[in-house]
Design a protein around this ligand. Structure first.
Ligand code: SAH
Length: 225
């Protein structure tokens, strides 16, 4: 069954668009984790974009979600998710809920997702979408995630979806042994993706691809004044 929906006068087959996104943007660029690819085939990205932008939801780009923020490009969400090496029993922290799309992708891959957003309207909107989509293993908080969320630590994975000037030490503290932190670090206008793995009390850092994220604001991020 096609799952097209009327938007204006154009009927869009979202399932087909999603399948094409997985093939041409993710598989073709080296996303190989089968569970990750399945999650992208399953989560309805068009439900997470702003009204009126549904037709562009599966295009190869980030889109505005209001308040100067963006829903990341599908490939960027995919490479960050794959870098986290998500396992079914994992508990994962996401900093920067935004549209909720990254959290939704994680929610079908791990046991539970804890996600923090500093902007209340975005947190509220993503919460409504999680409920509507039946994603019940996501726990939300409004606040400064640059210092993590100590209450539910340690986490098997932490993913930061905003650009940070450095790796916040609190996030390292909140990682479980063997856990991984995926974080874009650099200047406020361009970053590189860092993957930090905890091995006992030492931390191994790998550098992945260049990227451009909106700034992480807050105590360990950029100044929010
Ligand atoms: N993961 C999101 C990407 C959102 S963009 C998605 O899939 O759509 C980054 C988000 O991080 C923005 O919503 C921004 O408000 C939020 N953010 C920035 N600094 C933050 C902080 N210190 N704590 C929590 N959220 C923060």
């Amino acid at each position: 069954m096609a799952t097209g929906r009327e938007t204006g006068r154009v009927k869009i087959d979202y399932q087909k668009a999603r399948h094409r996104m997985v093939e041409t943007q993710l598989k073709a660029r080296g996303i190989t984790d089968e569970r990750v690819l399945q999650a992208f085939g399953k989560i309805a990205r068009h439900e997470f974009v702003d009204p009126g932008l549904e037709a562009q939801a599966y295009s190869d780009r980030a889109l505005p979600i209001g308040h100067g923020q963006t829903i990341s490009q599908p490939y960027m969400v995919a490479i960050m998710t794959q870098s986290l090496k998500p396992q079914p029993q994992d508990r994962v922290l996401e900093v920067g809920t935004g549209s909720g799309y990254q959290g939704a992708i994680l929610s079908v891959l791990v046991r539970s997702v804890y996600t923090i957003e500093r902007l209340e309207p975005l947190a509220r909107r993503s919460g409504e979408i999680f409920t509507r989509e039946g994603l019940t293993n996501i726990v939300q908080q409004i606040g400064d995630g640059s210092i993590g969320w100590a209450l539910h630590a340690p986490y098997d994975g932490i993913i930061v979806t905003a650009g940070s000037p450095r790796v916040p030490p609190q996030l390292l503290d909140q990682l479980a042994d063997g856990g991984r932190l995926v974080i874009p670090t650099g200047s406020s206008s361009s970053q590189v993706l860092k993957i930090v793995t905890r091995e006992g009390n030492s931390f191994r850092t790998e550098t992945s691809i260049p990227c451009i994220f909106v700034p992480l604001l807050g105590k360990e991020g950029w100044n929010s004044d």
